[in-house]
Structure formats: C-alpha cells, structure tokens
Design a protein around this ligand. Structure first.
Ligand SMILES: C[S@@+](CC[C@H](N)C(=O)[O-])C[C@H]1O[C@@H](n2cnc3c(N)ncnc32)[C@H](O)[C@@H]1O
Length: 396
C-alpha cells in the first residue's frame, strides 16, 4: 500500500500521529503547560500578547493546539484538509466554550487556501516538510504574514534525525535478515518491539510504541527528501522578507553575549546561525547539551558526509532501495567525533561504528546483540524535530 502524501499515509493506516488526549483537567493542564513552554520560553511569543491576535493555522488536525491559542484569546482561522477530524475539533471548542474564537474553519489544504487578508501569526506544524511543493508553500506563508508578524513551521531536521534514521536502518536490516517483506505487518511490529520497546518506554512520549513505529521507522515520508535543515530554510526565509526569530529546541547562540546597541544585519545573524550549527552539531546528533569548549566546529566536509549518510539511510529504508553495503558510516564523521574531548561523544561514535559494521553481516542475532550492547546510543534520541519561528520585516 503506497501513499501519495503524508495525509494519505495517516488516513490509510488509520492512525493519529499526534494523539493529544484531553480527557480530564490534569491532561489539559499538562498540554497547556507544554504549549506555553514552547511559545513563551522557547519561541519567545508571550501568551498575553496573543489576546485578539489573528492566527492562521494550517494542518490543525483535531484542534488541541489551536484550542490553547483560543483559550488565551487569539482569533483563529483554521485550515485542515482531513474532514474526518473536524467533528472532534468542533466538539472540543464547544466543550471549552471558545467556539466564537474560530473566525473561520476551512476544509482544504495549504495549496489551495486563498485569503485577501494577512495575519499576525501563521502556523504550519507537523506536515509542511512532507509536501512536494514545500518551498513554494513557505513563500505562500510569507505572503500571508502581516508586516512585523511571525511565522512558525516545524520540520524533521536532516542532521538531528541521524539516530532516528539509524534505528530505522537497524529495523529494516533486521526485517531483511528475518525475511519480512511487508514492513507494515504484525511480524514487523513485533520485531521492532523486540529491538526498541525498552528504550522507547523510557521516553516521556505521549504516543504508543505502535504509533511511533508507524510514524518513524516505516513512514515513507521520513526520508531524506522530506528532511529540512536551517541552512536550507534560511535562504527561503530571506526570499520572503523574513528573518530568523527563534527556534525550539533553543540551540543557537546568536544575539547572546552582545550589547543591544550593536545591531546586526539580518544577513549577519543568518550567517552566524549557520556557523553555530557547525559548532553545535553534536547536540543535533545526540541530543546532549554541549560541554563548553570540548568539541571544535564541524567542517563543511563533515556536514556534507553526514548529508550523504542520511541519504544512504533513507534510500536503504525506503523499500531497501540500495544494498546495506552502500550504507557507510563516514570516515570524516568518525574522525570528527573521535577527536572530541567529550568522552560521551567518543563513546557514541564507537557504538555507531559497531552498529553500522554489524548491519553488514548476515546475522540477525549479531545485529540485535550489538544494538542491545550500545548503551550510549540506546539512551539517545538526537534532536530530530525542530520549530523555526521567523519575523516578517515591518517595512515589507
Ligand atoms: C502530523 S499532523 C500535525 C497536527 C498538528 N499541527 C500538530 O503539529 O500537532 C499533520 C496535519 O497536517 C494536515 N495536513 C496534511 N497535508 C496538509 C496540507 N497540504 N495542508 C494543510 N494541512 C495538511 C493533516 O491532515 C494533519 O492534520
């Protein structure tokens, strides 16, 4: 069963990738606290300033995130192509008594949505990266933001996904060695559980193992062409008169330790952002916060080698498009990490090399035992999912 789009993949597999249960007060408070943390502390958008703000949200699903914005007084235009989720959305807003905060609810995709007005904030969370025309859709979002307004999009980061893609490779190799052709089968789920259920149970995940497996290990839209990265996004933002505002995770050091009277050009900030990425690459790969001065910035060649590896992993894990022999842990990445002063990064590197080596043998037991012995890798998840918030120049 092949899906033409991420939306079709979710519909055909009848699963909600981001179930947000709001069945009781405690669940609502926990959800509200997470969104508050994301908006105020990570993205720097205070809830108190959202009162009467106009917000356009694409892909709101059943509306749990939009509900938080309604509850702090924002006026919402909601655009969602999957009409199966709309009854739930309407019931939710009714239950919380905020239906009047919905200015408009439109059943269509971002591609066809038209508007004569611009909005204070435009959101596209959890799907934009998987659209074939995503660059054009970023331009569209730019046009829909008022001058001085903000846009927020989320994406799977090309480098932050290394560990997810490595787990994916382990799963697909295990399927191959076990003779499982149908990666959507119960047998495939069982083997994934054998490999990863213990690690997954230690995460504070709100979704089930099965939902994670479908969304991460076998989702055809978690492939290299659907990954994005800050260096790819920044030029797109510049084209639409926008500037980097903030991100989650908060990883960049731009604007820090400087006097506000030293005003940087937008282009300088963007250049710093890309340089910062090379500095903080180990955080993207492992999820570990950096330890001061213990790893030097990655060279462009290291970044390129990583991009190649992600492409190989992606080709292998979309229907075994290449052979496992062609998936090669890059020497440059090995050299970069093995020279780190941080012993955790050196251990990570050693275990990754062992894992990529074990995958080449035709022995399922060896692959499983090597993964099980990778204590450092098993405790890490990288920094795969990012939010980037950008501001539109007030004069544009
Ligand atoms: C993974 S869910 C994310 C839901 C929510 N925004 C979140 O991040 O928790 C992706 C949502 O995007 C919607 N979607 C998919 N393709 C879309 C498109 N072309 N335009 C707008 N929404 C789309 C899906 O129907 C689904 O509701």
């Amino acid at each position: 069963m092949s899906s033409k789009s991420l939306l079709e993949y979710y519909q055909q597999n009848s699963f909600n990738p981001v179930p947000i249960p709001l069945e009781d007060r405690a669940a609502w408070e926990s959800h509200f606290a997470k969104r508050h943390n994301l908006y105020e502390r990570h993205l720097g958008i205070p809830f108190s300033l959202l009162q009467n703000c106009s917000i356009l949200e694409f892909g709101c699903n059943s509306g749990e995130n939009a509900l938080v914005l309604a509850c702090v007084g924002a006026n919402l235009t909601l655009v969602e192509p999957n009409n199966q989720v709309l009854p739930q959305l309407k019931a939710l807003f009714q239950k919380f008594g905020v239906t009047e905060r919905i200015t408009s609810l439109v059943t269509e995709g971002i591609d066809t949505f038209e508007s004569d007005i611009a909005y204070d904030i435009v959101l596209a969370e959890g799907f934009l990266f998987a659209l074939p025309n995503r660059d054009r859709m970023v331009q569209k979002i730019g046009k829909l933001i008022k001058p001085g307004g903000l846009g927020v999009i989320s994406f799977n980061d090309r480098y932050g996904c290394l560990l997810e893609m490595t787990r994916r490779m382990v799963a697909w190799r295990a399927y191959q060695l076990q003779g499982i052709d149908n990666v959507h089968s119960q047998a495939a789920l069982n083997l994934a559980e054998k490999l990863f259920a213990t690690d997954f149970s230690k995460l504070k995940a709100s979704r089930s193992f099965e939902a994670w497996w479908k969304d991460t290990l076998i989702n055809p839209f978690l492939a290299s062409e659907y990954h994005w990265s800050y260096p790819e996004l920044i030029p797109l933002l510049e084209q639409i008169g926008c500037e980097f505002y903030s991100s989650s995770p908060k990883w960049t050091a731009i604007d820090r330790f400087t006097w506000y009277k030293n005003v940087s050009e937008s282009s300088q900030r963007h250049q710093q952002l890309t340089e910062n990425l090379r500095m903080y690459l180990p955080f993207f790969l492992t999820g570990l916060p950096p330890s001061v001065g213990e790893t030097s910035p990655a060279s462009s060649a290291v970044i390129d080698s990583l991009t190649n590896l992600i492409k190989q992993l992606s080709d292998y894990t979309v229907n075994w498009g290449i052979s496992i022999e062609e998936v090669i842990y890059p020497l440059l990445l090995d050299e970069y990490l093995s020279q780190s002063q941080d012993s955790r990064l050196r251990q990570f590197n050693t275990e990754m090399k062992d894992l990529y080596e074990a995958a080449k043998y035709n022995q399922l037991d060896l692959l499983i035992s090597t993964y099980q012995a990778s204590n450092c890798v098993r405790s890490m998840w990288g920094a795969p999912y990012h939010y980037i918030c950008f501001s539109k120049r007030a004069d544009s």
